[in-house]
Design a protein around this ligand. Structure first.
Ligand SMILES: [Zn+2]
Length: 222
């Protein structure tokens, strides 16, 4: 009896602490809805946070898909989503993983031209790569193991001088493996690319049509 009593108290304490985490996230996500503690939180599985690539109040400003290019003459396929955020805004890893590439602003940009300072993180569990581009600064190194929510660097407007007059924003790509043993970075533009908005949604991170974050959940690994 006593044991049951204690364990139910422990469980309650666990739920309360999860409530605090989720409550904090709710406070930052506006408008927030459909937000609740993960159902299996009390069962003690490995917990893994999924994060957002920029702070909660920043908008997704340009979706994945066709859009008009800078010149206004041709439509180009955008293999990413952009987030509106000023220079210096922190950039976070959306899941845990290993830093696979760090590209540098400058002329020698083979395989990463146009991205400027950029970080690619490989997420082992999902066998997926995420890329964070145009950064003003990078705070991680290749081979570094990072957790979800780790600060990778800061938003900027670096682009190896490819896009004249481009303003600061975060360009965020998600790529899958095309063939076994193959890696999508560095590679052809768009190789293995998936819609980052859909991928984030599968992790419980949902942006509405106006690009506002409406839901951000912690996910539980089985
Ligand atoms: Zn972009």
């Amino acid at each position: 009896m006593t044991n049951t009593f204690i364990s139910s108290h422990k469980r309650l304490a666990q739920w309360l602490s999860w409530g605090l985490v989720v409550g904090t996230m709710i406070a930052f996500a506006r408008p927030a809805q459909a937000f609740g503690p993960p159902e299996s939180a009390a069962l003690g599985p490995e917990r893994e946070a999924s994060s957002v690539p920029v702070p909660f109040d920043r908008k997704l400003s340009s979706p994945y898909g066709w859009r008009m290019g800078r010149t206004g003459k041709a439509r180009l396929f955008h293999f990413a989503v952009d987030f509106a955020a000023g220079a210096g805004t922190p950039v976070f890893a959306v899941r845990g993983g290993i830093v696979a590439h760090v590209a540098k602003e400058g002329r020698r940009c083979k395989g990463f031209c146009g991205y400027g300072n950029a970080v690619v993180v490989y997420h082992e569990k999902e066998d997926v790569w995420t890329l964070y581009a145009h950064l003003s600064k990078v705070g991680v190194e290749v081979g570094q193991k990072i957790r979800a929510g780790a600060e990778l660097g800061a938003v900027g407007a670096t682009c190896n001088r490819r896009f004249k007059g481009m303003g600061a924003h975060l360009h965020f790509e998600v790529r899958e493996r095309l063939e076994p043993g193959d890696e999508p970075f560095p590679g052809k533009p768009g190789a293995g690319a998936v819609d980052p908005q859909l991928w984030l949604a599968s992790l419980g991170v949902v942006y509405d049509k106006k690009g506002r974050l409406v839901r951000a959940e912690l996910s539980i690994s089985p």
